[in-house]
Design a protein around this ligand. Structure first.
Ligand SMILES: [Zn+2]
Length: 431
């Protein structure tokens, strides 16, 4: 709200306030992982003794950035840095208003087609944005995403980051993959290794366009089940080891982007690595919560690529799984729920002990799991999320962890219910 008032009173105020941030301003955008990456990058800068102005998770439109700036009210001579998570569709407008010194571009996956349009349309708008910025911002880009690799122009100041660990790759793309054709010539891309969806070590067999060699690269992903990971990362200043409290390869890549951006902003790699390792998970991004004597872990699942990574992360742990999957179809979730059919649930389903489908579209979700082969006696349908959560928790075996996969608005409903039950940690507000 303060940001909306500020924008109404003085449309130039955002640029004016941002220009006082002597430590520079970086915008972080992606379909998946922008909240986590923004937290990790903010932690890296704070670890180097810098003041950071940042926006709250979810407040990632221009009004949210304006609110953060209005509340911090930097004045001339401030040495603070601005680190703002920005919605991918809003990024060109926010960049025009803020004039960032750097952009961290993480990934583009299919998500909320009814709101954002096709990936190509977003990529074209991002490309126009890059060429409109004067002076040109420093770019930190995941070149393993072919859509992003094609955006910078020759001569742009780019730091590429990505993965160079074949042990976590697969030779075939998952069928949920987006963006598998060359942006230059339209041919089908070839993959030596696919890491996450269409993100991988790619090349075009016809025009020779290929993944740029990453300047900052994961050389050993160091995945350690649902607990976290210990990736080894090559940087221009030497190798550093992270000790992340976040599980899964997607979070390794998020942390690598944060590390690349922090070093681009002048933080020594070892200082950034220590600080990033100390950052806890945000609500809904794999943090564990205790409810009485039961534990649950919330993994936001709002599109095929994100849900597939959650499935893959859960598969890292042996044994049976208790799941609560929550599907809403409001504007913030995307009205079109057909994406649930593109998620590769099948490898996980034989290891599911009990699955509860909940949310406004619980019945479509249940149908999806029945088609995936989940026996009816392991499937429970309860559209009310509070009732579903209580039932799933009370059915959980001793020592088990309930894995909760909600869409965006369902995540907030579940959080509200947990807060009402007194299970809230105050750090959730800082998510
Ligand atoms: Zn090509």
């Amino acid at each position: 709200m303060p940001g909306k008032v500020l924008l109404r009173l003085d449309p130039g105020a955002v640029r004016s306030l941002a220009s006082h941030l002597g430590g520079g301003t970086i915008l972080v955008s992606a379909t998946n992982g922008k909240t986590t990456t923004t937290r990790l990058l903010s932690g890296a800068l704070r670890g180097a003794g810098r003041d950071v102005v940042t926006n709250a998770a979810g407040a990632n439109l221009l009004s949210g950035v304006a609110t953060a700036l209005a509340e911090a009210a930097p004045t001339a001579g401030s040495q603070a840095s601005g680190v703002f998570e920005v919605d991918e569709a809003a990024l060109p407008g926010v960049a025009e208003a803020v004039r960032p010194t750097a952009l961290l571009l993480m990934n583009l996956f299919r998500d909320q087609l009814d709101r954002h349009g096709e990936l190509e349309a977003i990529a074209a708008r991002w490309s126009g944005m890059l060429h409109a910025q004067q002076p040109a911002p420093r770019l930190i880009v995941c070149g393993d995403d072919p859509l992003l690799a094609s955006l910078p122009a020759a001569g742009d100041d780019v730091i590429w980051f990505g993965i160079d660990d074949p042990s976590v790759g697969s030779a075939a793309l998952s069928h949920a993959s987006d963006s598998t054709s060359c942006r230059a010539c339209g041919s089908a891309l070839e993959y030596r290794n696919a890491w996450i969806g269409h993100i991988g070590d790619w090349r075009c067999p016809d025009c020779g366009l290929a993944r740029p060699r990453p300047d900052v690269a994961v050389v050993d992903a160091g995945l350690d089940g649902g607990r976290g990971s210990r990736p080894l990362i090559r940087t221009p200043g030497g190798e550093v080891r992270l000790h992340l409290r976040l599980p899964g390869l997607h979070n390794v890549l998020n942390a690598t982007g944060a590390l690349a951006a922090a070093t681009a902003l002048g933080v020594p790699a070892d200082v950034a690595a220590t600080a990033i390792s100390a950052v806890p998970a945000a609500f809904g991004r794999a943090e564990a919560v205790s409810v009485g004597d039961r534990d649950l872990m919330v993994l936001l699942a709002k599109n095929p690529a994100g849900a597939n990574e959650n499935v893959r992360t859960m598969m890292l742990d042996d044994g049976e799984h208790d799941l609560l999957v929550a599907l809403n179809d409001r504007i913030a979730d995307g009205r079109d729920i057909s994406w649930i059919w593109d998620v590769d649930w099948e490898p996980l389903l034989p290891r599911v002990r009990r699955l509860t489908a909940t949310g406004e579209r619980a019945h479509e979700l249940a149908l999806r799991f029945r088609y995936g082969g989940l026996p009816a006696d392991r499937l429970h349908v309860e559209p009310d999320p509070a009732t579903a959560l209580d039932a799933a928790l009370s059915a959980l075996p001793a020592g088990g962890v309930l894995e909760v996969l909600p869409t965006y608005t369902a995540m907030h409903e579940i959080r509200a219910h947990l807060v009402a039950r007194g299970a809230a940690g105050e750090f959730w507000d800082a998510a």
